[in-house]
Ligand binder design. Sequence first.
Ligand code: ZN
Ligand code: ZN
Length: 419
Amino acid sequence: MTDIILKNFELLDPEIGELKSGYEILISGGEIKKVVKGKIKYRKANVYDLSSCTLMPGLIDCHVHVTSLKLRWAMNSLQQILPSYATAITLDKLRRCVLRGFTTVRDTAGADVGHREIMRSGLFPGPRLFVSGRAISQTGGHADMRSRVDHSDPCNCFHMIGSLSGGMGRIADGIAEVRRAVRDEIRLGVDQIKVMASGGVGSPADPIHFLQYSMEELSAIVEEAERADTYAMAHAYTSAAISRALKAGVRTIEHGNFIDEETANFMVEKKAYLVPTLVAYHMISKHGKELGYPEESIAKNKNVLKIGANSLKIAKEAGVKIAFGTDLMGELDIYQSDEFIIRSKILTNAEVIRSATIVGAEVLRMEGRLGIITPGAFADLIVVEGNPLEDLNLLTGQGKYLAAIMKDGQFLKNNFKKL
Ligand code: ZN
Ligand code: ZN
């Protein structure tokens, strides 16, 4: 692979939230080798003049579900469609995701190591994937998709791809079962463990405020994850659910819409991350009905939407680290970048960009490698026609304001000619 030099751009540094002029960067072997103020000397390289556009790190979304194919089947796509067909749709979703500028995503239930490796191989375009396999859920928890009239026994089908929740979750109750479930996901090579620690919107039998799992079970899940050198993230909406998860040692809190000040302070104390997913509630409310989302879930969604972006306000004031997440199921994934706009009502543009770069990298435990343009980082970059620190709309529109997208040193989109 020939080295690449990029010149004539404004460098967006998410850490300080400013543009820096007069830099050039050298990319070699998929990595950023040099970031130099002034000119880089070279013998042989492909050189691109970025015509004063903004160069910034590729975006990171810490909460997606790339195997959720239709909103109507939100949590159980694989019960509705053959895995072969599902994979094709998922690959198309991943392609469109990277073209929006997301060069890394953390799948928070559904995607497996196969998906991650396809992305790694470069065989199909898409973001880097950090996968969770199947989320661990108690009976009647957020990944138990049986309705209240369903008396079937889930016991024998956990290991099948078309399992109870269609590949998105697995049910485990009691210390022994949760340990086995986590160990099994780790055996299957996941990057992190997802646990359902409260009721949720998309599941039929558990109101949002339900607290899921005993403290002993939650602690066992975290312990198994940590012994395998990873961490647990928890789906949790209320302060009570968040505090329990934190006490058990969970590192990232997903959603967290009903967080209060006290719990936000506890998050800071525990050095935990909050991954709000506000766009999901907006889009379910706008498009849920027409896309066949179940009525009881639309009703639950209304309650979550009501609290608005309160969680952002409270978390920001307490100093909680906030990462970028979207949680858009099925066809709603096209609204992924609208989360930027929703957040900008509460946070500054620089804070929003930081959440989708540097903080995202911290969540993934990839500081210095992702979400930053520095020597030694992966060459995951986007080139924006304008300054997103002034106008976050430049990150919306399905990538139409992105003049170039690079992952691993390879252009996935490039409107510039070689000099
Ligand atoms: Zn969730
Ligand atoms: Zn989710």
